[in-house]
Design a protein around this ligand. Structure first.
Ligand code: ZN
Ligand code: ZN
Length: 163
C-alpha cells in the first residue's frame, strides 16, 4: 500500500510505501502551537518507507526540543514530519497532511495534562497524562540545543531525497 500526502500549498509532496505505526493524538503544548489545533494526530513511520516526491527544497526545520526537529513548508506553514536524533529510523508524521486514508485510527490521547482547557475529550480512547513508553515524540519544551541539531541536519541531508 502506498500513501500520498502533501502540504497545504501542494508544493511539498511525499509518499509512504510501508505500513504506518501507532497513531496518537498529542495534546502537548508544542503540538498545539505548531498546528494551531486542539491536538496533533500523528503516526510513527519508518524513515525507510518515507519518500519526498516534490518540494524538499521548501522544507523548513524547527528544533522544538533537544534532539527533535519539526519540519514544515516554508510557503504555507503546514507541519509535516518530526525527526528524532536518537531514533533516526523513525519519523513522526502529521496525519492531517495525508491525502489518502491510511486505514489506521488513533489509539490514544497523550500529554493530556497539557491539553487545551477549551477542549473536552469525548471518546473512549486511553488517555495518558504525558507520553507513554512507545512514544518518541513529545516532552517538556526546552530551549533548542544547536549542537544536537547539527546531527539532525546531517540526517536530513541523507533522508531528504527526491526521486
Ligand atoms: Zn506548502
Ligand atoms: Zn506533542
Amino acid at each position: 500500500m502506498s500513501l500520498r500526502g502533501s502540504c497545504l500549498c501542494g508544493g511539498i509532496r511525499y509518499e509512504i510505501d510501508g505500513p504506518l505505526g501507532r497513531v496518537v493524538n498529542c495534546h502537548c503544548s508544542m503540538c498545539r502551537k505548531a498546528t494551531g489545533a486542539a491536538f496533533r494526530t500523528r503516526a510513527a513511520v519508518a524513515s525507510a518507507s518515507f519518500h519526498w516526491r516534490a518540494g524538499a527544497e521548501l522544507l523548513a526545520r524547527y528544533p522544538s526540543s533537544p534532539g527533535e526537529v519539526r519540519t514544515f513548508c516554508r510557503v504555507c506553514g503546514a507541519t509535516l514530519v518530526t525527526l528524532f536524533r536518537d531514533r533516526p529510523d523513525e519519523l513522526g508524521l502529521a496525519l492531517g497532511t495525508l491525502d489518502d486514508d491510511p486505514g489506521v485510527r488513533a489509539s490514544a490521547h497523550i500529554f493530556v495534562e497539557s491539553k487545551a482547557p477549551w477542549l473536552e475529550i469525548d471518546d473512549d480512547l486511553p488517555r495518558f497524562a504525558a507520553g507513554d513508553a512507545d512514544d518518541a515524540e513529545g516532552g517538556a519544551p526546552e530551549s533548542p540545543d544547536t549542537r544536537e541539531v547539527a546531527d539532525v541536519t546531517t540526517f536530513m541531508r541523507f533522508t531528504v531525497r527526491q526521486r
